[in-house]
Structure formats: C-alpha cells, structure tokens
Design a protein around this ligand. Structure first.
Ligand code: GLY
Length: 391
C-alpha cells in the first residue's frame, strides 16, 4: 500500500554521512537550510580507519602546492573549529597540538628528507632540521640508527572517530534529519538534481543535492555517466596498538618516516592508543586486512621504534581513501544544476574537514565557490574543460 503523505522535502540533501557529509550538513543547517543526510551508518566511512594526522607540512607532496594552500588554510581553522564542535556537543575530539617529527633511517632517506626540507623552506613552511641525536632527545624510543629528522611543530592530530561522533551529534543538535535506507539513485527531474530515491522506495525531494559519498561517489546511480566524479578507492591498512600506562609516554608526538620508499607513521593519542599506518594500495574495493600489509607496517614501525613489539596489538583495519586524479578534493557546483560535490579528499579528509564545511556552506547559500576554493571546482575534470585544454 502506498502512503499518500507528501515525500520529505529539504533545501539540501547530503548523500553520504562520513565526516565530509556531516560537516557539510552541520554547516548548512547552521545557515538555516533545512538539511538531511542519507546514509545507512552516518559517522562511519574512511574516518573510522584514518589516523587523524593534520600534517599539511610533513605530508607535502611535490606538485601539490595548490592543495597545500587549502590544507594550510584548513589547518589554521582547526583550533576554532575543534573548540566550536566541542562546545556544541560537549564531546572531546582528541585534538592534540603535539607536532610531528619526520625522521630518516638511512643515507637515502636522509637525502630525500633534506630535499623535502629545502622544498618546504622554499614555500615558506616552518620545519627545523634535527640531527639523529636531537631526534632521539625529543623521542627517546626512536631507533639508535635514526640519521636525522624534520621537526614540524605545526602538524597536529585529532581522533577521527571522535571527530565523526561529534559531527554526527552536532548535526543532530542543529536539526539535520537522517535517512538510513541506502540511496538507490539520485533523482534528476527536468535537467536538475532534485533529491534521491532510497532503497525501500522513499523519495526525498531537495533543492540541492550534495554528493559526499567518499570513495563510492563515482558509483552512485541516477546521474549521467559524464557527471560521475572521477573518484577511485585507494586502500589503506592501519593498525591500532595500546600503550600500557607503565610504558607511557611512549611517543609524545606523531613520528613518521619513509622506510625503503614506503611511508609509515605512528600517531600516539593521549588515551594510550597508538595508530600505525598506512599502506596505499590500488586494489579497487578490496578491504581485506592482509598478512603482508600488517607485516610491512609492523616491520617498518619496528625499524623506527623497536619497542613497539612490546605493545598489545588491538585492531587491524583497512579503509578506502576517496582518490581523485590530482589528489585534491572536488568541491562545489557541477554542470548539473542542483548537484554539488564534496568528495575526492584522498589523504586529507580529516585535515580538510573544517574548510570543507565553510566552503560548502558558502556554495549552498550563494551558489558560488569562495575565491580560495575555485581551484577545486569539479569543472577541472569535466569533459568540456578537458577538451578546451591546450594539447
Ligand atoms: N593522510 C594519511 C594517509 O592517507 O595515510
């Protein structure tokens, strides 16, 4: 029997309730927009796996200077954002202004880290070169063989699970509605995104639809093929260990290194959790935790901090980063009126959460991207834009 009740109707429907979808919904609701999120388990997604480094400087990649500006702008917003979110929800986010130490384990690593330091300095970033001895003075658990390192006091951390929980609570408190049936398709009516149809048949009407479905954003049904964002899953395996009280403080800041070309990082939380990450694997939708992935992470972490073998291993998990062709997010309006993207955050979803919320609030209330975010318009990947580019 069909209900004769009118379908639920909103100003904004956010498809995807990970941290990016939730911050978008929270900010939209704060701006007076009637907002809903569609997700079977809001507060889940890649943030459940992520380590939560806010590492704009130590994760700097060559060729990603435009993204760096967005990352730095978001990092600057973090103190106020964390304070506001904690105040709104009464929840502790595990935001820790502890800094990061990036170390080198052999001569090649040291040469690479020196290069990175020169690159950072050419961009005016704060990073201090330390000898191996000074690195160990700062972090006595480091291996004796550490050859040197970069101290970056501005790269902090947050607990992404707490962040997700707080954003969910903040969105609920701000009046966001939640629909927990999976989205079957986005509805397009007369050439405009108009809401979504959920599995089970519920139709949701909305003036604007935000696609924020993380690595699944490119697979949503209902949109013409050419409008699907070019997002792919990039698998990351992550370990969680526990530092018993007797061994605390094991590490006082995030410690990371390149070991034989692979990246490893150790993120110590105040509550004793130690997160070790992460693999980066192009394996489609596979989220198997493999012996090889765990072995590589433990091997590299052990080389960096030998005492890690004493710690209880409490969790192994794999998640999917939403990778985009240039590793930067897609934010803002698309060629389909009413369809807005907030996806493709790849390695930086947690770091970019505050600025994504602000950018999306502006997009949803004015229809335009703020100047600082124009480089992240989805238009850079549209078939029309690509055809216009010189060969
Ligand atoms: N930002 C850390 C990672 O993606 O592994």
């Amino acid at each position: 029997m069909h209900s004769s009740a009118a379908p639920p109707s909103y100003d904004v429907l956010v498809v995807g309730g990970g941290i990016i979808g939730l911050v978008t919904a929270w900010r939209a609701a704060q701006h007076g927009l009637r907002t809903a999120v569609a997700d079977p388990s809001p507060g889940g997604g890649a943030a459940h796996v992520a380590a939560g480094m806010l590492a704009a400087v130590t994760e700097l990649q060559y060729g990603e200077q435009t993204l760096l500006d967005l990352n730095l702008a978001s990092a600057r917003r973090y103190p106020d954002f964390a304070e506001e979110l904690s105040q709104a929800t009464g929840l502790d986010l595990g935001y820790r202004r502890c800094g990061t130490l990036a170390v080198a384990l052999d001569a090649d690593d040291r040469a690479a880290l020196r290069e990175l330091h020169a690159f950072q300095r050419s961009l005016g970033l704060q990073a201090e070169w330390l000898s191996g001895r000074d690195c160990r003075r700062l972090e006595p658990m480091l291996a004796p063989g550490v050859r040197g390192g970069l101290r970056v006091d501005g790269d902090h951390q947050i607990d992404p699970r707490r962040l997700a929980k707080a954003l969910l609570s903040a969105a609920q408190l701000a009046g966001v509605a939640f629909h927990r049936d999976p989205v079957e398709r986005i509805s397009v009516v007369r050439g405009m995104a108009a809401g979504a149809v959920l599995r089970g048949g519920t139709t949701i009407c909305a003036g604007q639809v935000v696609l924020a479905a993380g690595s699944r954003s490119g697979t949503v049904e209902g949109l013409p093929e050419e409008l699907l964002p070019p997002v792919r899953p990039v698998k990351g395996q992550v370990l969680r260990l526990r530092v018993p009280g007797a061994l605390a403080p094991f590490l006082s800041r995030t410690v990371r290194a390149v070991v034989r070309g692979g990246h490893v990082y150790l993120v110590p939380r105040e509550n004793g959790e130690l997160v070790v990450g992460a693999t980066s694997e192009e394996l489609g939708w596979d989220t198997t935790v493999t012996a090889g992935g765990v072995y590589e992470l433990l091997r590299d972490a052990h080389e960096l901090v030998p005492g890690i073998t004493e710690l209880p291993l409490t969790e192994t998990l794999a998640g999917l980063r939403p990778g985009s062709p240039d590793n930067a997010p897609m934010l803002g309006p698309t060629e389909l009126p009413g369809l807005v993207l907030a996806t493709g955050h790849h390695r930086n979803g947690v770091l970019l959460t505050p600025i994504t919320g602000d950018v999306m609030a502006e997009v949803l209330t004015t229809g335009a991207l703020p100047a600082g975010a124009r480089a992240f318009s989805p238009a850079r990947f549209s078939s029309r834009t690509l055809q216009e580019q010189p060969a």
